[in-house]
Design a protein around this ligand. Structure first.
Ligand code: ATP
Length: 245
């Protein structure tokens, strides 16, 4: 066990307990608690500015919480540096993809390779998820479409052999057919035993591909339950998420 990590008694993949986070003096999260079980997929929904991205940033150690604690895979990672959290097996697909445009697809993928205690992912596993990826390896990333870019971002995260993968708005800016491909990938990841936490503006789509959901408003969790419940209960969904949901 690395020196940064303390013991933690819980069998969840991720335990976020009562965290508060700030940008300078501005408080973005007010005592947020949530869990993701091993092999579970969980949606995190809420209006713009509710604090969804801040929760992902806190888990990754990019915006460490001022109060509360975060445990991943049984270890306290609350004050652990981001690179150690990644090495422990937390994968990230950021909303801006963060692909290096001047490098080839292959090179971008290579940058993600890591061994963890979790199942190792190889390129051929990514080709099974995204059949087009194999034919893109020699392309410069600056010439990719939004959907191709997202494929590369997800595959790069998977080559890091994550136990938990964090998606920030994976369907943002994608054509409907590609949105479906990305959502199918989330279902397949769950089937492969990877835990998923996904932030999405597209609430219905996210509810369709996840087991459980948390709804966030003004930095607080206002609802937690089974995704199917919120999918079936249109009135409750609209109360929580607005008329468009
Ligand atoms: P969106 O869907 O718009 O990304 P979100 O739910 O992910 O929204 P966050 O980005 O986590 O929300 O923002 C939560 C709050 O923190 C907002 O009030 C936002 O204005 C504030 N905030 C976010 N980033 C910063 C920053 N770098 N500096 C100051 N305030 C910030």
């Amino acid at each position: 066990m690395g020196s940064h990590f303390g013991a933690w008694e819980n069998d969840h993949m991720l335990n976020v307990k009562d965290i508060s986070a700030f940008y300078g003096e501005t408080q973005a999260l007010f005592g947020v608690s949530l869990d993701v079980g091993a092999g579970e997929s969980v949606a995190l929904l809420g209006a713009n500015g509710a604090g969804k991205t801040t929760i992902l940033r806190s888990i990754l150690g990019l915006t460490p919480p001022r109060q509360g604690s975060i445990a991943f895979d049984g270890r306290d990672v609350t004050r652990v540096p981001t690179h150690e959290i990644a090495k422990a097996g937390v994968g990230w697909v950021p909303d801006d993809r963060r692909i290096f445009p001047s490098l080839k697809v292959q090179t971008n993928l290579n940058l993600g390779r890591k061994k963890t205690r979790f199942r190792s992912w190889h390129e051929k596993d990514c080709f099974e998820l995204f059949s087009a990826l194999e034919y893109l390896l020699d392309r410069d990333c600056e010439n990719l479409s939004g959907g191709e870019m997202q494929m590369v971002a997800i595959s790069r995260a998977l080559l890091g052999s994550p136990g938990l993968i964090l998606f920030d708005e994976p369907s943002q800016g994608l054509a409907p057919k590609l949105v479906q491909d990305v959502l199918n990938a989330i279902v397949q990841l769950k089937n492969e035993g990877v835990s998923v936490l996904v932030v999405e503006q597209n609430a219905l789509a996210a509810l369709e591909v996840t087991d459980r959901v948390y709804v966030l408003d003004k930095g607080q969790i206002i609802y937690a339950g089974a995704s199917s419940n919120l999918l079936d209960d249109t009135a409750l969904r609209r109360t929580l998420l607005g008329a468009a949901a």
